[in-house]
Design a protein around this ligand. Structure first.
Ligand code: HTE
Length: 833
């Protein structure tokens, strides 16, 4: 294994002292040519844009690494407090254009590429997405680390380096087919492997009692099967401020001696095969968003992340302070992105006690002062519970520690509520039953000093419902941190035309202080401004049309209302409600009810978890309906329904600038926050939405008049559950009856009888948890208000401006400032050269 330091043979000048790299056009031309010809060995006959992308990225990466070193050294010298964002997902998307923006070199590079006869857009487009996440939770982690760097906060992201990220989705005969996403196959110029920081991760074995030299009893975890965690670092630049933070991702590999033993036994092939078993652990991202994940391999992934990251941080501490942990909690803070890394609570206890000899009480104090937990969902099917028997087999020492944490905790509960045995059973970290299970959320709550939800309503529901017992015990632990998105990627980079116009009008301070956008409101009555705003929105729509045209043979009308719903497929998100409305519009056209018609393109995109049957059927339904509608000459321009395959970060960068209407239509109380809603709003789309998640706060910011509200409230949903009768509701509503008839008579599946029966039955069931039918009428009425507003171009444009102008709250800069001030307690660190 390479070492950190090596001996130089004679005194000489520093090997890292370098003149700083230039940022002018000529500098990029020179560096590009050198990388292209010498590092990559290509010439002008090479036809693939990939190598040009690589050559440019290497040149850009050099500038990042230069600043990265300064940042690293500044943090080390300042001995500042640090936070660590532990997450199983970082949905980074592409890096090149964001890196150029944050380095402030977009213009110089574009000119350099132009001079070389290259199209910068084409190079940007040839970068694969780093799709190391499922949806909102993973993308939030990516926006967070961007904001941390921009705010100059010493925060490191820790995650896993999956060989295969989120699958890519193709549609075959209307159905989702998953293709593996081998995103690393052409290499990754942005990462640096750091084998010198490898850590050993234990699995299996058993726990022994041993006594050390001084007669102190120790628990030892022995006879384990070990793997190695090797870190790969990616630079995370702040916005034009010299800070470059780190995203450290772990790859699992085999230990050397593990193989050696078998070599000696002569089992050469077996020993090489064993390498596979180890490397499997970080091989693939589980493609479930807010769904069940019960597999042993998944628990191994979670432990790999927790153990490698904590060992890394503790080793760094010990390197500087020896075995003295007195000030550890003042200097370190761990944010757990949902329960996925929450085994970290037990792992920190293990490291402090078993490796560094701390007593239980001291270790527990440190753990409880350093861990903070963010919950991202109320859905019961997404709450992690690991079977005790699996835990015992895979991580016996950790199971032991969890039992002990539980014993101490239940004693505290018993003291607080003497004799309340029911409460003890409810709150126990261990769920009793035919199969005992570890409740990971409870472990996270008990082991943390802070528990937060991700929007006002969600945090309130956590306190009143899911975590009520814990809130009663520790009300001060609970807090809200409303989500956001980074305005660099989600406005400045993805919508450069609009960004430029905004900057011309109000200056460029908005890029790092999004509340500045409020100044746009001063222009809502300025005719020229509004005209320009309208033109820019139309241009963005046209760009979206052109982008989609490369994928299918459909011509969309730029004057139609672009009505967009893009997100993971889940019943609670109610893509089905959208579909019912589309069928209703189709039905109106067919029966000639088209007076005052508003042309509409309904665009839907998103992936379904491969094992989520109902979600996949809904995708098929959308594709079938789309076939019927788009090919019906009676319908023509009036209505189009398009399913956009393989929705991902880089697709959203094109979609959100080109949307008129943003569909945020989840059943109230089910979408913890949503973040797509914020991207659309920032880019001037209007929202049609329920009182759910961050929609509530979006509506508060833009005002009632600039938001299309519909649907039951969370309270009403819960009340209605007891006497929900969707069949009766259908019978009471003629439009809905006609829609259901079209579905039930097989109008959209003439040659595939019965394939949508399960979908139809699910919404007609009185037990439908998502209550799609209940919100149909209210949704249709809201859509009518949308159409009326859209027909008044001036009104719509004004509303659009007001949406962008009031999106300031939804910058992750604000969110991260809240985390930093109220949970992490960090100070910004200016970078010295
Ligand atoms: C919420 C979404 C929120 C986002 O986090 C989500 N939670 C999960 N996925 C999300 O997108 C999640 C995934 C797996 C297990 C548990 C939760 O649904 C970021 O905006 O509303 O906070």
């Amino acid at each position: 294994m390479p070492q950190n330091t090596f001996t130089k043979s004679k005194p000489c000048e520093s090997i890292t002292d370098l003149p700083s790299l230039g940022l002018e056009k000529e500098d990029f031309i020179t560096d590009f040519k050198r990388y292209y010809s010498y590092r990559l060995g290509r010439d002008e006959h090479c036809r693939s844009p990939h190598y040009a992308y690589e050559a440019l990225s290497l040149a850009v990466s050099d500038r990042l690494v230069e600043r990265w070193k300064n940042t690293y050294n500044t943090y080390r010298e300042s001995d500042c407090k640090k936070a660590y964002y532990l997450s199983m997902e970082f949905l980074m998307g592409r890096t090149l254009s964001n890196a150029m923006l944050n380095l402030g070199i977009t213009g110089a590079v574009a000119e350099a590429m132009y001079d070389l006869g290259l199209e910068i857009e084409e190079l940007i487009e040839s970068e694969p997405d780093a799709g190391l996440g499922n949806g909102g939770l993973g993308r939030l982690a990516a926006c967070f680390i961007d904001s941390c760097a921009t705010l100059q906060l010493p925060v490191t992201g820790y995650g896993l380096r999956y060989e295969y990220g989120m699958f890519s989705q193709v549609i075959v005969n209307g159905e989702q087919v998953e293709r593996p996403d081998h995103w690393l196959k052409n290499g990754n110029v942005w990462e640096i492997e750091r084998p010198e920081y490898t850590h050993r991760i234990k699995f299996g074995g058993r726990v022994e009692q041993s006594v050390n030299e001084r007669g102190v009893k120790r628990r030892s975890w022995v006879d384990t099967t070990d793997i190695l965690a090797v870190p790969y670092d990616t630079p995370i630049p702040g916005y034009q401020n010299g800070t470059v933070n780190t995203l450290r991702l772990w790859k699992a590999t085999a230990t050397e001696e593990f193989n050696l033993e078998e070599f000696n036994a002569g089992d050469y092939a077996e020993s090489v095969a064993a390498k596979n078993t180890a490397e499997n652990i970080s091989m693939v991202l589980y493609p479930n968003d807010a769904n069940e994940n019960g597999k042993s391999l998944r628990l191994q992934q979670q432990y790999l992340l927790a153990s490698a990251s904590l060992q890394d941080i503790v080793a760094n501490w010990v390197g500087r302070h020896g075995n003295n942990f007195t000030h550890f909690a003042e200097k370190n803070c761990f944010q757990l992105n949902d329960t996925h890394p929450s085994v970290a609570v037990a792992e920190l206890m293990r490291i402090l006690m078993d490796t560094h000899g701390l007593k239980w009480a001291k270790a527990w104090e440190i753990t409880r002062q350093t861990m903070a937990y963010t919950n991202h969902t109320l859905l019961p099917e997404a709450l992690e519970k690991w079977s005790v028997s699996l835990f015992e087999r895979l991580l016996p020492r950790l199971m032991e520690i969890i039992y002990e944490i539980n014993a101490h905790f239940l004693a505290e509960v018993a003291l607080h509520w003497p004799g309340d045995n029911e409460r003890l059973a409810r709150m126990s970290l261990i769920e009793e039953g035919s199969e005992k299970k570890v409740r990971m959320a409870y472990l996270a709550i008990v082991g943390s000093f802070s528990v937060n939800g991700v929007a006002e309503l969600h945090s309130k529901l956590l306190q009143e419902g899911l975590f009520k017992d814990f809130y009663d015990l520790w009300p001060d632990k609970f807090n809200n941190k409303t989500n956001g998105v980074t305005p660099r990627r989600w406005l400045a980079a993805c919508n450069p035309e609009l960004a430029k116009f905004i900057t011309e009008m109000i200056g460029d301070k908005w890029i790092t202080d999004l509340s500045e956008l409020k100044k746009l409101e001063n222009f809502v009555n300025d005719k020229k401004f509004c005209k320009k705003w309208y033109e820019l929105q139309q241009n963005a729509k046209q760009r979206l049309i052109d982008y989609k045209k490369t994928e299918f043979d459909i011509d969309l009308n730029v004057n139609a209302l672009f009505d967009v719903q893009v997100k993971r497929f889940h019943e609670y998100k109610r893509q089905l409600l959208n579909v019912l409305h589309v069928i209703h519009l189709y039905d109106r056209i067919k029966r000639g009810d088209t007076e005052n018609w508003t042309d509409r393109c309904v665009l839907i995109g998103g992936k379904a978890a491969p094992g989520y049957y109902m979600a996949k059927r809904i995708i098929k339904l959308i594709n079938n309906i789309s076939d019927v509608i788009n090919n019906d000459p009676d319908v023509g321009e009036k209505l189009k329904l398009v399913f956009m395959p393989n929705y991902r970060v880089s697709a959203m960068e094109k979609i959100c600038p080109g949307a008129d209407l943003s569909e945020q239509i989840s059943t109230a109380g089910k979408e913890a926050s949503g973040t797509g809603n914020m991207k659309f709003m920032m880019n001037g789309a209007l929202t049609i939405g329920t009182l759910d998640g961050a929609n509530i706060e979006i509506r508060e910011e833009v005002g009632d008049d600039n938001f299309f509200l519909f649907g039951l409230t969370e309270d009403e949903v819960e009340d209605l559950r007891h006497h929900y009768d969707p069949v009766n509701m259908i019978n009471q509503d003629e439009d809905l009856q006609r829609v259901m008839n079209l579905l039930e008579c097989g109008h959209f599946n003439q040659f595939e009888p019965g394939i949508f029966d399960d979908v139809i039955n699910s919404i007609k069931s009185s037990g439908d948890p998502w209550m799609t039918i209940a919100d149909f009428r209210s949704f249709v009425n809201a859509q009518k208000r949308v159409e009326a507003a859209y027909q008044d171009k001036d009104l719509w444009t004004r509303m659009s401006i007001i949406n962008t102008a009031n999106s300031g709250k939804f910058s992750t800069d604000r969110t991260i400032k809240n985390y930093s001030d109220e949970i992490w307690n960090l100070e910004p660190v200016a970078i010295s050269k």
